[in-house]
Design a binder for this molecule. Sequence first.
Ligand code: SAM
Length: 271
Amino acid sequence: MSKYEQAGPGPDLSQTYFATGREVDHERARLERLAAEYDPWTQDWLSDVVSVQPGHRVIEAGPGAGSMLDWLAAEVGEGGEVLGLDLELRHTAAPVDPIRHRQGDVAAEPTEPGRFDLAYARLLFEHLDAPEAALAQFAAWLKPGGRLAVIALDCSVTRAEPGQGETGASFDRAVEVVTDALAASGLVDPVFGVKLPDVLAGLGLDAVKTRRFDRVLEGGSDWAVFLAENNLAIAAQLGVTGPAQIVADAMRRPGFRFRDQALVGVSAVRL
Ligand SMILES: C[S@@+](CC[C@H](N)C(=O)[O-])C[C@H]1O[C@@H](n2cnc3c(N)ncnc32)[C@H](O)[C@@H]1O
């Protein structure tokens, strides 16, 4: 059993989406910050591996604040179609052609089989209780030859950069406690990005390709402070606020350097 697969004595949050019940403006600001940080890398990746064309039909599951819906709409143009499917769409601006919205659960929503050229999602499937089944359901929206493009987290790489003494060592220990608690709770699978290529191959998808977004961050940078706050909010749900405070303090400290959680982008083709 890996350190991220244990069943622990903590809360069982496997049926919970972690942001449910959060104050609307706060959650919208969080989703907008997430998008601003990850959109440039995501758009480069999609342009390289998928090449969205004018007239294409695209579905995005879990669009959050909706910035990728807007980018996809500009790529497909007025003759195309962009469908945003989310449990709650109140963080997204009202849709304008060619964008449509549908409120629903990606794991349960009836599909329009064979309709779409691209099915795209970022930071969604690691939150679901049965991500493999949900991915199979998501792939069913695709026409034969259509592409699935999914981005998920790999938190196993988060650690202090070498040479930072006791601060670095205590950061690494505290990160492991929080990550283990996260995995044990079922709230998020913190290493789903690592599993994703095998999951897509196991669904019978073809031409599975992976690209990673790995980087080292400076403590006290805007993104590091955002991560620190996110970490504290999630740790409060898990009951591990002590270790999360150690992690957050280091992330907020100028001069401290650490490896960020990675994004793993995996694309595949429906046969
Ligand atoms: C962590 S946010 C990521 C938002 C956006 N994809 C991004 O990367 O900026 C996850 C999004 O998925 C949505 N979501 C969560 N569970 C879902 C489900 N079962 N079906 C559809 N959407 C879901 C949430 O409402 C939220 O908008």
